[in-house]
Write a protein of this length. Structure first.
Length: 350
């Protein structure tokens, strides 16, 4: 049995994975404040059977299935893929950093309340990761406290940038300080990435190529911003295997040795800081997954699937079992590492 504040989780031998990276879209959105036109405010329209379309600024943003909000459908999919627990977080576009702060605060609270309801209905199969209106730090700190202290969420999901500002920027230090104090985990997901003007091809390339690039730059900003040196108790994980960061790290290491200004700026060498980050397993290749354990350490890799969207890892347990033969390592990557990251306590039945 595993325990976390607000719920009990019973471990099953046939279904024991913990998926850190899976998203929620509410079945409906509230009307905008006062019914007025708020740029960026989402709405939902019916699509074909079991699907609906998120509409933003009168344009279809994404058609999603009811797996985004239907608890029973999620549980059935989890059982098929061997996932015992999902950490539910908002679809990144619902961060709403670009919406006026007061309106965004209400929208984010609605999404978080939907997640809280799903956690309750899930009977111990879900934990919550809250979105925050990070364009307003005071509102964000209030929502962080509400969701973690009152709703029992395991932590928060934040974007790789906030309206172009990297998350390693010192303006977000109060957020990291409060997350550390509360023991809240932080999951970083790409949102509105830089460089999309450099892509040649159809719109899905934003997810395929630009997302991992932005996540890599976000992880690098946490290292070069000395975030974990300032907040050593912080637990922070990056989606998509840390994106491009594993390839950037050797350059950071060499730069640390080459440029005195970089060595003077960094509190610790980049490779040492990197091994205090977590990353998910969503890289779609066994060899790349093995490479991540060499960079970050075997205790820092977590399952991530991007469920329930199409561009996802359908067989996360099989992926780990194909990549690694050692039973103890498989156990860490599928379950134990996530227990530590989400601060879930396992009870051994005697």
């Amino acid at each position: 049995m595993v325990r976390r504040t607000g719920g009990l989780f019973r471990r099953h031998n046939t279904c024991c994975g913990i998926d850190l990276h899976c998203h929620v879209v509410p079945s409906r959105f509230p009307t905008s404040p006062g019914g007025r036109d708020v740029p960026g405010w989402p709405s939902m329209t019916a699509a074909h059977e079991c699907h609906a379309t998120v509409v933003i600024d009168s344009k279809p943003y994404r058609t999603v299935s009811n797996a985004c909000w239907a608890v029973e459908r999620r549980l059935e999919a989890m059982d098929r893929s061997g996932i015992q627990i999902q950490a539910l977080s908002p679809m990144p576009e619902l961060f709403s950093y670009w919406i006026e702060a007061e309106a965004a605060d209400g929208l984010v609270r609605h999404v978080n309340d939907v997640i809280a309801t799903m956690v309750t209905e899930g009977g111990g199969r879900f934990v919550g990761l809250a979105g925050l209106p990070l364009q307003d730090l005071d509102r964000s700190l209030a929502e962080l406290t509400r969701t973690v202290s009152e709703l029992g969420f395991a932590g928060i999901e934040i974007g790789s940038n906030v309206n172009g500002v990297p998350i390693g920027d010192e303006r977000f230090h109060p957020l990291f300080a409060e997350a550390e104090r509360l023991g809240a985990a932080i999951f970083v997901h790409a949102v509105r990435p830089a460089g999309t003007d450099r892509l040649v091809g159809p719109a899905p390339l934003q997810q395929v190529l630009a997302y991992p690039t932005d996540v890599g730059l976000a992880a690098a900003s946490v290292v070069t911003g000395n975030v974990l040196s300032r907040f050593p108790g912080l637990r922070i994980a990056f989606s998509h295997g840390g994106g491009t960061f594993p390839s950037l790290l050797p350059r950071l290491e060499q730069g640390y040795e080459t440029f005195s200004s970089l060595k003077e700026t960094l509190a610790e060498r980049p490779s040492a800081q990197a091994r205090r980050l977590y990353v998910d397993s969503l890289v779609f290749e066994d060899e790349t997954l093995r490479h991540l354990t060499a960079i970050f350490g075997e205790e820092r890799i977590l399952i991530g699937t991007d469920y329930p969207f199409n561009f996802s890892e359908a067989e996360p347990i099989a992926r780990i079992h194909n990549a690694f033969q050692e039973a103890a390592l498989r156990e860490r990557l599928t379950f134990a590492n996530a227990l530590a990251f989400l601060d879930i306590e396992e009870e051994v039945n005697e």
